[in-house]
Design a binder for this molecule. Structure first.
Ligand code: NAD
Length: 368
């Protein structure tokens, strides 16, 4: 069996971490009875330089055909002054929109060896394993009107519109309940039903889907501001948190920080399952292109490698192989290997390539 993966390395450290992740793909091709067919396509700043478009139609078409997209990162200071529709970030936004990737999965997993790297006390984060399911294609980032006007007195007035339909809430809710069924069977829905009508609708729809389709999963509701507070007070009370685009943006970054480093965190964005079983999916590290360290060979490749583990789990149903990658990362950290961003006293510092080599060796050892 051959899985088709489109690689979109992008800018800055994107190509460095994608190159290393490709070596992990190669390990699975050599050691399992399935193979990956990979192809690379330009996105972001590099695509703008070569084609004049940060999100070329050809890349989007290839992404639609592939079983999964593995995305590096886009952006850099050299493109900061470009008009909005030519900025590198248009590349990821167009992929999300055109592939209708409405469900963003952001795990926050604290590897035991890194519990001291968190800004919270080790006992609060040790063993932490939560999943934030963020609605990605609706809400205030996309609602209309979205405009800035000038008032008669010369003042400016800017408007963003928070808007959700029943259908949009239903589909993200189902994703959250289905994923909770594979974990600890607990979902917490976060909104602001005390002050926002979209929050009232959100709570109504989540409650209805729970009652009708997932009564075996435990559901609780929390106001998003309280959720932000609880995440730093007692994050382990949560398993799956489902929330809208704006609150999800903020809460998932907060949860990310609990685990120590941005270089460790993967993500997945999924579309709806089609009648033929195909589901659009894009996997990416949550970090950006890190221009400050690009080209120095010091970037942490683990977030990207763990994004590939998510790809194994969610696109190819290979849960044991996904766990193998996660265990290999755990082993390497337990053995005291660190990249610069997660370096601690007494540990061995490795570059991007050497860290991948340590993970490949751990895969060899754990697979026997
Ligand atoms: P960033 O995530 O690129 O970097 C933030 C800090 O974390 C930097 O100090 C960087 O060196 C460090 N860092 C990030 N990833 C690391 C890794 N794998 N290993 C070690 N250290 C790592 O965020 P930023 O600096 O705010 O943004 C830089 C550029 O990336 C901007 O152009 C921004 O628009 C873009 N960006 C892109 C994406 C994306 O492609 N999805 C996401 C966020 C930011």
């Amino acid at each position: 069996m051959t899985h088709q993966i489109l690689l979109t390395p992008g800018d800055g450290i994107g190509p460095e971490v994608i190159d290393e992740t490709q070596r992990v793909l190669g390990w699975f091709s050599r050691n399992r009875n399935f193979a990956f067919h990979t192809e690379s396509a330009p996105i972001g700043g590099i695509a703008y330089e070569t084609t004049g478009n940060p999100a070329p139609d050809e890349t989007i078409a290839k992404a639609k055909k592939a079983d999964a997209v593995l995305f590096g990162a886009v952006g850099g200071p050299q493109w900061d002054k470009l008009p909005f529709d030519q900025k590198p970030e248009r590349g990821i936004l167009r992929l999300r929109k055109d592939l209708e990737l409405f469900a963003n999965l952001r795990p926050a997993l604290c590897f035991d060896a890194l519990k001291d790297a968190s800004s919270l006390k080790p006992e609060i984060v040790s063993g932490l394993d939560i999943l934030i399911v963020r609605e990605l294609t609706g809400g205030v980032y996309f609602g209309e009107p979205k405009e800035t006007t000038t008032l008669p007195n010369g003042e400016k007035r800017a408007v963003d519109t928070q808007v959700y339909t029943t259908h949009e809430i239903e589909r993200i809710t189902r994703v959250a309940f289905e994923l909770a069924g594979l974990r600890s069977r607990r979902v917490t829905s976060a909104e602001k039903s005390n002050v926002m009508v979209t929050g009232v609708l959100w709570r109504e729809v989540v409650t209805k889907i729970h009652k009708e389709e997932f009564p075996h999963i435990e559901l609780s509701h929390v106001l998003a501001d309280n959720c932000a507070m609880q995440l730093v007070r007692n994050p382990k009370q949560y398993d799956v948190i489902v929330t809208d685009n704006l609150f999800g943006d903020v809460l998932s970054d907060e949860a990310a920080q609990l685990t120590g480093s941005i270089g460790m965190l993967p993500s997945a964005s999924l579309g709806a399952k089609q009648a033929n079983g195909k589901q659009a999916a894009l996997y990416e590290p949550i970090h950006g292109s890190a221009p400050d360290i690009a080209g120095k060979g010091v970037a942490n490749p683990i977030a990207c490698i763990l994004s590939f583990a998510m790809c194994l789990r969610y696109s190819f149903g290979r849960v044991e192989d996904a766990q193998l990658v996660e265990r290999a990362v755990d082993r390497v950290l337990a053995d005291g290997y660190r990249t610069a961003d997660i370096m601690q006293p007494g540990m061995t510092k490795l570059g991007t390539v050497q860290m991948t080599e340590a993970i490949l060796k751990a895969l060899d050892k754990l697979a026997v």
